[in-house]
Design a protein around this ligand. Structure first.
Ligand SMILES: Nc1ncnc2c1ncn2[C@@H]1O[C@H](COP(=O)(O)OP(=O)(O)OP(=O)(O)O)[C@@H](O)[C@H]1O
Ligand SMILES: [Mg+2]
Length: 463
């Protein structure tokens, strides 16, 4: 069997499957086709041939019609059931027009009359082969499109660390074992979790994300396990828990380090036994789950300190993905910046101009405490033209205090920052028209003026 890549396809030999119950005819045809450089696999019985035909088979079928057991027409029909576009060339006895007409009506690819004229046979085979190549090529393209963007377009970056990470993601997707993703803020833990699922054998099944840091301790159990009606005061109806929603698919436990200790033991049981009981029910539900956890902390340290159960840590320890900080893979910065810049340009209907080389240099030098999320914010601000000029460096100058979540800013500062960005965006959009901005943001003129003063926004910069 020859394996081919699409590049080598034009020179790949044509492959024919030949079915004829008469040995001498079969041998003569095979020899003739072999001489023309065609690979031939021949069978005396249609059933035997049928057993080896698969959808997407890269071949042309040539079959006699009159054969014992299964005749050519029945065989052609069976072939079409396996692959409706598989080319089948039927060899009919002289004058058997009725049969040929029926074959055509049945959608059989082609027929050729006995005695077979060798050059004509070659010509028909060649044409059928070319058509088959096109069909297979189209199917391949369609499958690629249906899969959506490739992993390279989702997890950007060609540093050794990213290349290795993408490989691990695809490997884990084939044989999903529970895994923990470890990385600092903004390094892409959630993105990686979604990619793990989207590129896995479970991609058609549900993906359920749970942020363990966001669930109050007393609600944990019913949120995750669900409960029966009347299980506790306030349980007025039945509730399906997050774990059960993920049945058959993937459960993503984000910020697993913030899971209450007393719940960790319950989770461990679920992971080990793959069973669950809703609160207030004795019925065990069998689970089929892929569990992915994410954490910002070193779980080994946390379990040594007693903040995280050691047995749960060991349960997850089997497969671990370590996400590097952005500053540890600076070579990815230009492509990430481009990616986020183009995306923002599309979203805000702006142009994206590639940053200048000294801007790039400044970015490669910068520490990026907020990692990829911070870079994304900087690229957005760059596209929106914030800062005194478009240059990245002036944005970076302010960036430590505005763009990162780890900057220790409180809610009100961040809300103000957001408010400032909205006003600037709106001024740009309406080319400095105060009237239009007051309408768009539904603000009284006086309030807008006060806020512009407060945020040092000057109207003439946007005219
Ligand atoms: N390699 C990458 N390619 C493209 N986008 C990325 C990449 N890594 C991260 N991002 C993007 O950066 C942003 C932050 O990523 P994400 O939310 O996954 O980080 P995280 O590690 O979960 O952060 P946190 O710890 O703060 O929850 C998202 O918009 C994500 O899509
Ligand atoms: Mg996250």
């Amino acid at each position: 069997m020859v394996t081919e890549t699409s590049e080598s396809r034009p020179t790949a030999p044509v492959r024919v499957m030949l079915i004829d119950d008469e040995e001498p005819i079969r041998r003569a045809t095979r020899q003739w086709l072999n001489l023309a450089g065609i690979e031939v696999q021949d069978f005396s019985r249609a059933r035997e041939a049928l057993a080896v035909i698969e959808a997407d088979a890269e071949l042309v079928v040539v079959s006699d019609i009159k054969m014992p057991e299964m005749d050519g027409l029945a065989f052609a029909k069976a072939c079409r059931a396996i692959d409706p576009d598989l080319p089948v060339l039927l060899v009919t006895a002289h004058g058997d027009v009725g049969m040929a007409v029926e074959a055509m009506r049945d959608g059989v690819y082609d027929f050729i009359e006995k005695p077979v004229e060798p050059d004509l046979l070659l010509d028909r085979i060649q044409r059928a082969w070319e058509k088959r190549q096109l069909v297979l090529e189209n199917r391949k393209l369609r499958r690629i499109l249906e899969q959506g963007p490739t992993l390279e377009r989702r997890m950007i970056g060609n540093s050794a660390a990213m290349v290795a990470l993408r490989k691990q993601v695809l490997q884990l997707g084939e044989t999903p074992v529970d895994v923990v993703i470890n990385g600092a803020t903004g390094t892409g833990k959630e993105l990686v979790a979604r990619c793990l699922h989207d590129f896995s054998v479970r991609r058609q099944q549900p993906f359920v994300a749970v942020n363990c840091g966001a669930i109050p301790e007393n609600l944990f159990e019913s949120e995750l396990f669900g409960h029966e009606k009347g299980a506790f005061t306030g349980a007025t109806g039945q509730r399906i828990g997050k774990i059960e929603y993920a049945q058959g698919g993937t459960l993503f436990l984000d910020e697993i380090e913030s899971m209450p200790l007393n719940f960790q033991i319950k989770l461990l049981r679920v992971l080990q036994e793959r069973k669950l009981e809703r609160v207030g029910s004795n019925r065990e539900i069998e689970l089929d789950l892929w569990v992915i956890a994410a954490t910002k902390v070193d779980l080994a340290d946390a379990s040594a300190r007693g903040d995280f159960r050691e047995d749960l840590y060991y349960r997850f320890n089997v497969a671990e993905l370590q996400l590097p900080k952005l500053a540890q893979r600076v070579e990815d910065i230009p492509s990430l910046f481009d990616f986020f810049g183009h995306k923002a340009a599309l979203q805000y209907q702006r142009d994206y101009l590639e940053p200048e080389s000294d801007d790039l240099a400044a970015m490669m030098d910068y520490g990026w405490p907020g990692n990829v999320r911070q870079l994304r914010n900087v690229a957005e601000r760059y596209v929106l033209g914030m800062g005194s000029s478009r240059r990245v460096r002036s944005i970076l100058g302010q960036s430590d205090s505005v763009a990162t979540e780890s900057s220790g800013q409180g809610l009100s500062e961040r809300v103000q920052q957001f408010e400032r960005q909205l006003i600037i965006q709106s001024l740009r959009k309406h080319q400095g028209s105060i009237q239009a901005v007051t309408e768009a943001l539904q603000l009284p003129r006086r309030t807008l003026n006060n806020k512009m003063k407060q945020y040092q926004i000057v109207r003439k910069d946007y005219l």
